[in-house]
Design a protein around this ligand. Structure first.
Ligand code: SAH
Ligand code: SF4
Length: 352
């Protein structure tokens, strides 16, 4: 059977090479060709013996996902659609086609879940972005920061996210700093604990509400892992994290979670968790019942957090003219769950 070498992290590749009777340093050479130099063709791997190249050609491929479209927004944001087969399209860097967690305000969630992306499909997004940006200048790659904030919940596809993260960090692959690779999670507490042990990178937690009543509605996984558990998990994570704070993402929806009282409730909630806040003005999508908080409301909300000494930034809404902004990442996802439509309002339209 032909294997896709992009599915292996460094250890996985070494193990596969050993099975083929090849030495570990050969695996490292190939890893560097694939990820540092962006080379997919074995024949271009010039310092590899011809006999080994032939063997590799017979048994393996380097197959990144195909880029099906590449749109440029007026503000310079670039949206890559990457074909992962069966009519799914995902955006850089995503971990799943769709998402099963069904957050009320998320376009991805409203489409349902189709499947987990493979390691090759996850790391392939970085591979393709580097290639598209002409980023491989000798050993210098342009992309220095990766956020796992595309489609899907990375910690719900743990098995494939971890090897992809390891490749991002590996000096023989992308060599990114742990501090510059961020996993964003809606709060899968047991997986947060595993991530802390297996591959601690910067952590962003999608909070969106200061109390369980509201968060149960907005982020249904909260019913399983409520805020007290989540805050404790954040504290545990920080024991091993490469940064000494957690970033809380907070999508601002008019009249839902954006009052002064909500801000003050948040301060009490996160009192014992070293954190920064990133406020995300809600990005509308067809069929969504929510509206974006007015900018002066976002500012006022942020000021309350700032005055309490919490570093707070507001995410610039970028790329919304091409549906590349947060929560607008959508393709045609064939829902494989039997979930009934969202608890707040069913979505009427799925964007092509
Ligand atoms: N599943 C992960 C990562 C992907 S979502 C998570 O939930 O954290 C990346 C961020 O965009 C999350 O904070 C998510 O809550 C936010 N988001 C989702 N839909 C949004 C929307 N319509 N407008 C603004 N932010 C949104
Ligand atoms: Fe999934 Fe994140 Fe969207 Fe929630 S916000 S549905 S966890 S992608």
């Amino acid at each position: 059977m032909t294997v896709n070498l992009l599915d292996f992290d460094a250890d996985g590749l070494t193990a596969w090479f050993a099975e083929q009777g090849e030495k570990p340093f050969r695996a490292r050479q190939v890893l560097r060709w694939m990820h540092r130099s962006g080379v997919a063709d074995f024949d271009a791997m010039t310092d590899i013996a011809k006999s080994l190249r032939e063997k590799l050609r017979a048994r393996a491929v380097v197959a990144p996902p195909a880029v099906v479209s590449d749109k440029l927004s007026d503000d310079g944001t670039r949206k890559f659609l990457i074909d992962v087969g069966n009519g799914n399209a995902v955006l850089c860097i995503s971990t799943q086609a769709g998402c099963a967690l069904d957050c009320a305000f998320c376009s991805t969630g409203k489409q349902g879940f189709n499947r987990n992306l493979t390691v090759a499909e996850i790391i392939g997004q970085l591979w393709q972005a580097n290639a598209a940006l002409g980023a491989v200048h000798g050993d210098e790659r342009v992309i220095s920061n990766v956020v796992m904030m595309g489609m899907g919940e990375p910690l719900a596809n743990y098995e494939n996210t971890i090897p992809a993260l390891r490749l991002m960090l590996d000096d023989h692959a992308y060599g990114l700093s742990r501090r510059r690779v961020t996993v964003s999670t809606s709060g899968l507490v047991p997986a947060m604990d595993r991530l802390r042990e297996d591959c601690p990178v910067a952590l962003a937690v999608s909070l969106h509400a200061p109390n369980d009543t509201l968060r149960d509605e907005l982020v249904p996984i909260n019913q399983k892992y409520p805020l007290r558990m989540l805050m404790a998990a954040c504290q545990r994570y920080l024991e091993k994290a490469p940064r000494d704070f957690v970033t809380f993402e907070y999508t601002m929806m008019a009249g839902i979670n954006d009052s002064d009282a909500h801000a003050r409730e948040l301060l009490a909630l996160v009192r014992d968790v070293p954190c920064k806040f990133n406020l995300i003005p809600f990005n509308p999508f067809p069929g969504s019942p929510f509206r974006r908080s007015p900018m002066d409301r976002v500012r006022r909300f942020g000021d309350i957090l700032l005055q309490a000494g919490i570093v707070t930034t507001t995410r610039k809404t970028r790329g919304d003219d091409i549906d590349a902004a947060c929560g607008q990442l959508a393709g045609q996802v064939q829902d494989k769950t039997r979930r009934t439509a969202g608890r707040i309002v069913p979505i009427q339209e799925i964007r092509p």
